[in-house]
Design a protein around this ligand. Sequence first.
Ligand code: SF4
Length: 357
Amino acid sequence: MKASFQRSLLRWYRTHKRDLPWRRTRDPYRILVSEIMLQQTQVDTVIPYYGRFLKAFPTFKALAKAPLGRVLKLWEGLGYYSRARHLHALAKTVQRDHRGELPNDPEALRALPGIGPYTAGAILSIAFGKNHAVLDGNVERVLARHFGWTHDLRTSQAHKKVWTVAESLVSKGKAGDYNQAVMELGALICAPHAPRCEACPVRSDCRARKLNMIDRIPFKRRTQTLPHYQIGAGVIWKDDKLLISQRPLNGLLGGLWEFPGGKRKPSESMAACVAREVLEELGIRVSVGPKVAEVDHAYSHFKITLHAHRCRYLSGTPRPLGCRAWRWVTSSQLKNFAFPAANRPILRHLRRQTSGT
Ligand code: SF4
């Protein structure tokens, strides 16, 4: 069964694989960039970012030399910004400790910033042709359905077993193609909803299909309702300049720029929230005016509604009390900074205001 699973998958992959930019290279750097970008992100979204990123930073050396702000700017809109920070740190480490070449030793590779078991397996197999497995959401779903696993795979014990099975199935000598074939099957055929079993190359041995349990595999935990926060932000003007602040490097959206603000407290008005947050974050006083944008945005573990208010600077010298840095900028300079997606409607509002539309 194992040999026929591998054979059928590889045969299918040879004729059905998508022509993707990172499949036209064996350069470990380019494969690494694609694997990092593809984490939690759709292929179609990644393609234009991948091209622009490699044009700007064609080598580890170019990436290591670039300022982090430029790296984040090229990542702007792709989300999960810790990936960009880790990739930048990784390039510096590779330049400093590995003579500019990605190590092909599993331990050295896993010691690099941002390299987890999945990325290590992908690089080792696809870039270096080593017999290592990968396990992402697509692979897990294909295996769970193929073997008819009805239990929760998110426990650490179950997860270890899935890894063991994934490793046992890797085609020796063809691990790169085999891994990409399983992931491709999960992406194109064995989709989370309504898989196209009639086009599946391994359908004859699929337990979930035989047992008519496809919609119950893989096992899903009940999703909890995400907390929803109300956030106030100040678009602070002083003459023709705007005040922006940079988030601390560690944590959510680390290193990105934003309009200063934060969570509203219970029973606090939005205007009071904005004034308090600006004072706490930058040590300045502002008068809070009308709302200029309201944005709903969902992150992986919570949702926000962002209320951006136009503010007028009153007093105080900005200090980075709750942020990494701050700048007074003209609206035309905003394009030089990387902002989170939730700030885009505010930027659009400012562009409209500047152009008088
Ligand atoms: S037969 Fe259907 S459920 Fe089974 S692996 Fe193929 S696509 Fe997935």
